[in-house]
Design a binder for this molecule. Structure first.
Ligand code: SAM
Length: 256
């Protein structure tokens, strides 16, 4: 990861280094937008409360696991610190959803619902579905959504391998997907391929932790080189792909 990060720091560029009007506009309007939105305050208040909770819950890890703590009983504060996206990246997800206004959003990996809350609140008219395999964590996430009065969140509890096909059956078009669970190569590629079936050329897919492991780095390489992907943005901790047909294929490494 350190080696990959050094390469990223050397190769990454800001808005002055990109020649695509689409990417330039996205950087200026959204990715580098420092404006504070009202939802940020509410969700960060909730994060603070969760960070104080020593309440222990049973965790079943169906994914690649955490590099920090793999025990089955974990406190809410431990789960929060090891799994939830930081404000910097969760707020970027908010801005991306706010910018693209997707009708249907899917998240793989709810955990305590921090990133879900950001995305669901960025477009309250969207249909927002989030899948989580660990029931007890999903219950806490559900309480958090209630507390934030998020009415557009639909939770699905189950292993992605088992429930994703059924979730996708009930969706006509997927406009935005955040892949944030089971950070292994084959499952990630498999979920990507399934979601691709429901993608349009306006869809946006975001992948978490693309350099988390050698397997994830390989998965990201394969995804960004997929024939249907025309533009990819590598922000090191997140990878974003687009399917815009009018665009020449280009992979950007963006300083973030
Ligand atoms: C990194 S956390 C998600 C964090 C969350 N998106 C956020 O930023 O607030 C990943 C979650 O995915 C769940 N997960 C991993 N593999 C899974 C699988 N195969 N099926 C269902 N859930 C899975 C884990 O239980 C964990 O809660």
């Amino acid at each position: 990861m350190i080696y990959n990060y050094l390469i990223y720091r050397i190769k990454s560029v800001n808005e002055h280094g990109v020649h695509s009007p689409f990417v330039y506009d996205l950087l200026i309007s959204t990715i580098y937008n420092k404006k504070n939105f009202y939802s940020y305050i509410q969700i960060e208040k909730m994060r603070n409360t969760l960070s104080l909770s020593k309440h222990q819950i049973e965790c079943i890890d169906l994914g690649a696991g955490s590099l920090v703590n793999n025990s089955t009983k974990k406190s809410i504060q431990t789960i929060l610190h090891s799994a939830s996206k930081s404000p910097k990246y969760a707020q970027l997800l908010f801005r991306l959803v706010n910018h693209f206004q997707p009708d249907t959003i899917l998240e793989l990996g709810t955990s305590l619902g921090i990133s879900s809350a950001y995305m669901a609140s960025a477009n309250s008219k969207s249909k927002f579905i989030s899948i989580e395999g660990c029931k007890e964590i999903a219950i806490v996430a559900g309480q958090n959504f209630k507390q934030l009065e998020l009415k557009n969140v639909e939770q699905v509890i189950g292993n992605f391998d088992e429930v994703l096909p059924d979730v996708l059956k009930n969706i006509n078009q997927l406009d935005f997907v955040f892949f944030d669970g089971n950070h292994r190569k084959e499952p990630t590629i498999n979920y990507f391929r399934q979601c691709l079936e429901k993608a349009s050329e306006k869809s946006v897919f975001v992948f978490d932790d693309i350099y988390w492991s050698a397997e994830m780095t390989e998965a990201w390489e394969e995804i960004k080189n997929h024939e249907k992907v025309t533009v990819s943005l590598d922000l090191f901790y997140l990878g974003i792909v687009f399917f815009r047909k009018e665009q020449l294929k280009q992979n950007f490494i963006i300083r973030y």
